[in-house]
Write a protein that binds this ligand. Sequence first.
Ligand code: NDP
Ligand code: ZN
Length: 373
Amino acid sequence: MPVNYPSEFQGFAITDPKDWANPKLTSFQPKNFEAHDVDIEVECCGICASELFSLKNEWSDAPLKCLSSAYGPKSQVVGHEVVGKVVAVGSDVTLCKVGDRVGLGAQCFSCMECPRCKSGNEQYCPKAVGTYCAKYADGYVSQGGYASHVRAHEHFCFPIPAGLPSELVAPLQCGGLTVYSPIKRNIQGVKDPKVAVIGIGGLGHMAIMISKALGAEVTAISRGYSKKEDATKMGAHHFIATSEEGWENGLADTFDLILNCASSTTALDLDKLLPCLKVNKNFVSVGLPHIGEVFNVRPFTFFSNGCCIGSSKLGNREEIIELMKLAVEHNFRPWVETIKVSEAGVSEGLTRLDKGDVRYRFTLTGFHEFFGT
Ligand code: NDP
Ligand code: ZN
């Protein structure tokens, strides 16, 4: 099916969360092309666990937004670790040009005018729009990067340094940025920082490498021992399996940051984890579980060290550009298994990620061959 670009894009879409594992090839209308918009011809796209939650509709009590969208597709394409080539730019675009290789993560729009946008916190802009499953002000529901093309505001199209292979740089666009931002914001200026990373999956494995590159002593915390050897190869100095009785002994007052990258809270024992922080330090949870899950923690647990629990969303443009530079300078790369894009390939990637059968990120590749772009 040849792509009728620019009037139509093609992508792998679902209409019913029950079919989450089997997105079907679909043609769809992109959003209206605005003056700051950029069209990216997709080369490859990572698969993030957020896509599983979105496709299964596990982050919401309401039906899929696209089903009630004011205009645009009544089906949903996901994908938000995109690398591709700029093929069209709006009249006011200055940050990239046709032919550039760019990355796009999980955010495709913000207002650029509010205090948050103006202070390097555009990911928290009240008008922010996510790259997929999110409503623009005009009612269009954003469609992601498991597609021939994706349309986004120029601010969220990031220049990629030469020398970083596309399939390896794709996971940095969401997963990498999501961990880089809180690691940097929490350990900058700290002498000999110690960071613990919980949940050694897509985000967690990048968090180990990034923490190490930023000069931290890193402890990987996993549910069992199966990832110990890999975590050591990624640069972790210590490894903890929480299946081991008494794992927390001797760790009081140790970490400057605990970064939780686990996709579920069910195995988190916060009453044991939080005392491992130094005074007034942070437990930052980037993991976003099923909407029904909660944190369980005793208020008295905070009493011993005055620690805090918080979260962090994505990161800003400056941070993703810094992160890609850091990857070049420190020569670290996400551990990627590539899968050729097709209905079967998308299904395989999602199904295996759902089972935890990934070491440590999938990138869908072969978009040009598949879409004839
Ligand atoms: P992965 O599936 O690749 O990794 C998640 C890890 O969590 C697993 O490797 C595992 O680590 C641990 N885990 C899995 N199941 C459970 C369970 N039942 N209980 C406890 N731990 C479990 O996911 P990603 O790295 O792609 O994403 C991680 C989380 O981050 C997701 O919730 C995702 O939605 C969220 N996310 C948040 C963003 C943000 O801006 N805050 C942006 C992007 C993603 P181990 O085997 O070592 O225990
Ligand atoms: Zn993501």
